[in-house]
Ligand binder design. Structure first.
Ligand code: ZN
Length: 280
């Protein structure tokens, strides 16, 4: 199953287009894309039997974040060996965790304002929690995930490295968390633990890897994070980025206004964000 946020309304996505959930369910499920995660099991059961008639074409520019207002957003640093190596750092013994404050979230085709000349890309698999998870073992990790989506953990590298490390601030400028184009449930994926992901800047490939290369994969992240605190329905986990970021290149390369940042994950989808200069 795939669900999207279309102009702020929860929408089932099928081969023929989008079906508005509030309309198709005669109001049983409301229009809010965030609220559905509170009723995830009931929604999944209902969605099994929805006819595709009335499906409408989907306009990319109407797509918003599939989980636009999570209570908690977790993000993991140094979670691919090749990325830790390019950063000159060891792979951590436990997930290096920070937050992206939820106001940074935006849609898969939204313009993103660059606040400085030090904005960098990080394509990531993003997991969305479907069932509250507290002290859950890795073997049951995927059972607590509603689905996955594509994400960019955009990063302002000067702020990120200031004052001994300000990851949460440096990665939370408005628009620094595009996600989408929709949420895909794990059963739709041939192997949810082995998906190609990558990104391009103006069509030039800068990152390409597979999620099988994650040091801590989705089930292990659910276990490690939920050992400390409860993961709530609709929460996001940005799982980390592979090698190929701009900051560690020689010379360093950062995003510029006018460029298009394209991101994809195999079996999930693709998004494209135009970078723009701040208003003067
Ligand atoms: Zn990241």
């Amino acid at each position: 199953m795939r669900i999207a946020n279309i102009s702020g309304r929860l929408t089932l996505v099928g081969d023929e287009g989008g079906v508005d959930v509030e309309t198709a369910s005669a109001g049983r499920f409301g229009p809010d894309p965030q609220a559905v995660y509170e009723q995830w099991q009931a929604f999944r059961e209902w969605a099994e039997s929805v006819p595709s008639h009335g499906a409408a074409p989907i306009d990319d520019n109407a797509l918003g974040a599939p989980a636009p207002r999570p209570a908690q957003v977790f993000a993991i640093g140094l979670n691919y060996r090749d990325h830790a190596a390019e950063a000159g750092l060891d792979v951590p013994a436990s997930p290096a965790t920070f937050t992206k404050f939820p106001t940074c979230l935006t849609g898969p085709f939204a313009d993103v304002v660059l606040p400085s000349e030090y904005a960098d890309w990080e394509v990531e698999l993003v997991a969305v929690i479907g069932i509250r998870a507290y002290r859950v073992g890795a073997s049951r990790g995927w059972d607590h995930v509603a689905g996955v989506t594509v994400g960019q953990d955009l990063s302002e590298r000067v702020v990120q490295m200031a004052s001994g490390g300000q990851f949460s601030l440096g990665k939370s400028f408005p628009g620094y968390g595009p996600t989408g184009p929709w949420l895909v449930t794990p059963d739709e994926l041939a192997d949810p633990d082995d998906l190609e992901l990558g990104c391009r800047v103006d069509g030039h490939e800068v990152q390409k890897s597979r999620t099988s290369q994650l040091v801590f994969g989705v089930p292990e992240l659910i276990a490690r994070l939920s050992a400390v605190l409860p993961l709530l329905p609709g929460d996001l986990i940005f799982t980390g980025t592979p090698a190929g970021i701009g900051a560690t290149r020689q010379p360093p390369q950062f995003l510029r206004p006018g460029q298009i940042l394209s991101s994809h994950i195999e079996g999930v989808g693709a998004m494209a964000n135009r970078l723009i200069a701040p208003p003067t």
